[in-house]
Design a protein around this ligand. Structure first.
Ligand code: ARG
Length: 487
């Protein structure tokens, strides 16, 4: 049992012996969390304050009473009170020692608990999911790294995890790309850097179509042709997908991120028309101004918001339609107990709506939206290049490795070139990943190279250094058991 849950149990028994024992609410949750300031202990609980407020009594006096009855056993020192009534706990050295030894002896799992078959779930994790034919930008790092990490942790705990890269490989942007491919394609540029060339095409069409309605109309026609299965347009689309896939694979390789499936938006195409018909028949979707929409009159959170459109006036389907089909597939084909979506906070309404629709359709699955804040530049605005463009993810990763290489060159000039290369990759990519994971997921964070690569503080280089030195100590002791890098 973990320290917090053991202390929680001991607190429960202590509470039973206090003068408020008879007034304790049923299902009382006694929470013990890490101490905010390690000078006062390792863990803390605010239970005395929470209870005192409810029972209208003095929190400090209640805390005194609780610690009087608290039996620390072998695991902690006698509890102490701080401030208005926090109770602090410090773990004893012998308890930490025996815990660490037990972890080291468990060379397979290092003491990580393993979920039982009943507890283990089948979880589909939807993350990364860039829109293709555009380069991945720095914002994609958040979903990619958080999603990958959730997958690894869940697997290690004993869940069955299916990772699915739901790429945006269908949609209105292809009308413009196909038009551009037919009119502005520069084959040499495409051979050299496909994604960059596709982006150039896209930007050019975007520019010219702004000034010329007839071009916009042409793009729309190209899109309709694609959707109706026109052979030439399908072939262009397929090439764009393949070219993009190649460049995405390079980034995922560098990040060591793998997906079990790549069921992008296009995978669900054939399912959309019948699905929308079903939604209409089931009475979930109704016509509104020529479009087909789902309203949520009974949902206090959604009733006042815009409805969820599942078919446009022109007969085309929406982002939401595909996501409804996707949930269905994951429930029926993957038998998912849970589906987790690691997507930016700005898509909250979309997910609230499609989750509500899944509920209306009685699809039995746990649906979880896992949002995150944005990456900001040092000026506190969205992180952009000097010219105001979004920052490409490849550029960020290249620069991270380059900066690490420079530091290594200065600190360890005698390493061989191969070693320098390998270590700069570990430290550079590790720094970007760790900068991501060490933040509060929900708040915005400031992208700062110097902090990220600093040798001191809560950074990857510091942790990697500590790890390497610890390994060296074990090596000298002849005890090479503990290795955590293999996962
Ligand atoms: N392609 C989308 C975007 O870039 C993210 C997709 C997230 N997953 C999903 N099932 N909708 O905004």
């Amino acid at each position: 049992m973990s320290y917090p849950s053991q202390i929680e149990k001991q607190l429960h028994s202590a509470l039973q012996q206090t003068s408020v024992a008879g007034d304790l609410p049923e299902n009382l949750e006694v929470q013990v969390g890490p101490a905010t300031d390690s000078r006062f202990g390792d863990y803390q609980s605010n239970i005395a304050m929470v209870l005192a407020k409810r029972l209208k009594t003095n929190p400090r006096a209640l805390a005194e009473e609780i610690i009087e009855h608290f039996e620390p056993g072998d695991i902690c020192e006698p509890a102490e009170i701080a401030g208005p009534g926090f109770i602090n706990f410090r773990i004893t050295t012998p308890s930490l020692e025996s815990g660490l030894m037990a972890q080291i002896d468990d060379s397979e799992r290092l003491g990580l608990p393993q979920l039982s078959d009943q507890e283990s779930k089948k979880i589909v994790i939807d993350f990364s999911a860039p829109n293709i034919a555009k380069p991945m930008h720095v914002g994609h790092i958040r979903s990619t790294i958080i999603g990958d990490c959730l997958g690894r942790i869940s697997r290690a705990l004993g869940h069955e995890v299916i990772t699915d890269n739901h790429i945006g490989d269908w949609g209105t942007q292809f009308g413009m790309i196909i038009y551009g491919w037919k009119h502005f394609l520069d084959q040499a540029a495409l051979d050299e850097d496909p994604i960059e060339a596709l982006l150039t095409i896209y930007k050019k069409v975007n520019d010219v179509s702004k000034e010329d309605d007839s071009i916009r109309e042409e793009c729309r026609r190209e899109l309709v042709k694609l959707q109706q299965g026109d052979a030439e347009n399908l072939e262009i689309w397929k090439q764009c997908v393949e070219l993009s896939r190649g460049s995405l694979d390079k980034i995922y390789d560098l990040l060591d991120v793998k997906f079990d499936h790549w069921l992008g938006e296009s995978f669900y195409n054939d399912r959309l028309a019948p699905l929308v018909e079903e939604l209409e028949k089931e009475g979930h979707a109704v016509e509104s101004d020529g479009a087909l929409c789902v309203f949520f009159p009974d949902d206090p959170n959604l009733a006042e918001r815009a409805p969820c459109m599942v078919r446009k006036k022109d007969g085309g389907f929406n982002y939401a339609t595909t996501d409804i089909a996707t949930i269905e597939h994951r429930v029926n084909e993957f038998n998912a107990d849970d589906i987790w979506y690691v997507v930016g906070a700005e898509q909250k309404l979309h997910f609230d709506q499609i989750f509500a629709i899944a509920k209306k359709r009685e699809l039995e699955t746990g649906l979880n939206f896992i949002p995150f804040g944005s990456i900001l530049g040092k000026d506190g605005k969205r992180f952009r290049t000097r010219s105001g463009d979004t920052v490409s993810l490849t550029d960020v990763l290249d620069e991270a490795v380059e900066r690490a290489r420079k530091i290594i060159g200065e600190k360890n000039p005698d390493l061989s070139d191969d070693e320098k290369e390998e270590i700069s990759k570990i430290i550079g990519i590790g720094s970007v990943k760790y900068a991501e994971l060490s933040q509060n997921r929900l708040t915005n964070y400031i992208f700062d190279w110097d902090n990220m690569l600093a040798l001191k503080g809560n950074t990857a280089p510091y942790l990697i250094n500590a790890y390497v030195r610890t390994r060296a100590i074990f090596r000298k002791l002849g005890h090479e058991k503990a290795s955590i890098l293999s996962n």
